[in-house]
Design a protein around this ligand. Structure first.
Ligand SMILES: Cc1cc2nc3c(=O)[nH]c(=O)nc-3n(C[C@H](O)[C@H](O)[C@H](O)COP(=O)(O)OP(=O)(O)OC[C@H]3O[C@@H](n4cnc5c(N)ncnc54)[C@H](O)[C@@H]3O)c2cc1C
Length: 387
């Protein structure tokens, strides 16, 4: 059974100093930015904003200076993410590269790939997408069928990915594919990761899937005899499962797992500020207080994990708890706001209605992305020795 601890973690003075700098940057660059756009948080993209963040040194913050990163602490990065997400900054363009693809590339990429790609990510000019899920292979990722076969010049890829966030903007995909047939005695064998140039590789078709909020957030990606060079194989042939698990650990432990509905809380307080009576007669104050206290508890749990990671510990089970509890919180927020205010979501309407309408639709996906609720709970149960 794995140990679960949430040692209280305080952010160091240099991280708190940085907070003021980030707030100043946001006040200047997101002045007048509408609430409904802020509500998209890490799903909203603006290439110009990504470049500005890059110029500030806020992408690749923790990566070593020798490879072009900024050599800062994970806690300083935490503060930047927390401020950007709670302000609803459009960080999606560089998000995946900064969070997981860059670290993966530094670990498994060739010298040339690192030299060419890492500085572009750090400048906020190079975006990645994640090619894991396939039709009928989501939770059961080990059942993927897209395959890469050796050719005289490298590899030829055939198959299909689905739900690929931002594939239509991405310069590269890191894809998990089969390099040998499924082996029933070891389901995790025979898969490899590939670094695929989405702009130059022939035989790739990206087809948008519109979500119910009307956005083109994710896509289907088809590979038809897509030829990639030998060095596109990332890490070891057949070692893809271990590499992908490392990637998912980056994906599941950040503040983005409880802040996604923050704009709605903000709009709720704003909607009630002109009518203080509503706060007492309708019990709204207590409702808002509960939501704020709940978020503060999640934040303390999350910063505790960030400080453990900074000390070199691996609090995987505790991180799974934060993801599961955080996602439940951000997903329940529209329902709770409805209970407090007694007002249904309307599309159109004022700032509050738009944010409420958008998050009522978007929040359905919060417990799916990055691994579903049932899968996370299964992992927690296993960690606790319950299954
Ligand atoms: C907004 C969003 C963005 C995404 N972006 C990406 C991306 O960029 N790249 C990418 O590769 N994928 C992406 N995904 C896909 C995501 O990872 C999958 O949707 C997710 O892993 C679930 O897979 P599935 O949709 O095939 O559902 P399924 O795996 O078919 O699951 C259907 C239901 O069955 C439940 N279930 C499945 N297996 C079990 C089990 N063993 N025990 C109990 N319950 C189970 C699930 O919890 C779920 O409720 C994204 C998804 C969303 C919603």
């Amino acid at each position: 059974m794995e140990d679960i601890r949430f040692t209280p973690g305080l952010l160091p003075p240099e991280a708190e100093e940085l907070r003021g700098e980030v707030r100043g940057f946001i006040a200047e660059h997101l002045k007048g930015y509408p609430g409904v756009k802020r509500a998209k948080t890490w799903a909203g993209s603006d290439p110009e904003f990504s470049k500005k963040m890059g110029a500030q040194g806020w992408i690749g913050m923790t990566w070593p200076k020798e490879v072009g990163g900024h050599g800062r602490s994970a806690l300083e990065r935490y503060v930047v993410l927390e401020e950007m997400l709670s302000a609803g900054a459009p960080v999606a363009a560089h998000w995946i590269a900064d969070r997981q693809s860059g670290p993966l590339l530094m670990r498994f990429g060739t010298e040339e790939q690192r030299r060419e790609i890492i500085p572009a990510i750090v400048r906020g000019e190079c975006y990645f997408c994640i090619g894991m899920s396939e039709p009928n292979s989501g939770s059961d990722l080990a059942s993927i069928r897209t395959k890469a076969e050796r050719s005289s010049n490298g590899w030829v890829i055939n198959g299909q990915k689905i739900w690929t966030s931002k594939a239509h903007m991405a310069h590269y995909m890191i894809a998990l594919v089969r390099t040998s047939p499924q082996d029933p005695s070891d389901r995790h064998a025979g898969m490899s990761q590939f670094l695929i140039d989405m702009k130059k590789t022939k035989g790739i078709t990206v087809r948008p899937i519109r979500n119910m909020a009307g956005e083109q957030m994710f896509n289907e990606v088809f590979f038809e005899d897509a030829e990639v060079p030998e060095e596109a194989l990332l890490g070891t042939e057949g070692g893809g499962w271990g590499q992908v698990t490392t990637e998912l650990a980056f994906e599941r432990s950040g503040p983005e797992r409880y802040i996604s509905s923050f704009q709605l809380l903000f709009e709720l307080v704003r909607a009630l500020e002109d009518d203080p009576d509503a706060l007492t007669k309708g019990g709204s104050a207590a409702g808002i207080g509960r939501m704020v206290a709940h978020m503060q508890t999640l934040r303390q749990m999350s910063t505790s994990i960030a400080t453990m990671l900074e000390r070199g510990e691996s609090p995987n089970l505790a991180a799974a708890f934060v993801k599961e509890l955080g996602v439940a919180y951000e997903q329940d927020m529209p329902g709770k706001v409805h209970d407090v205010l007694g007002r249904s979501p309307l599309t159109g309407g004022d700032g509050f209605d738009q944010v409420m309408g958008y998050l009522t639709m978007a929040s359905r996906s919060f417990s799916l992305r990055g691994g579903t609720r049932e899968i996370m709970r299964g992992m927690i149960a296993r960690g606790l020795g319950l299954r």
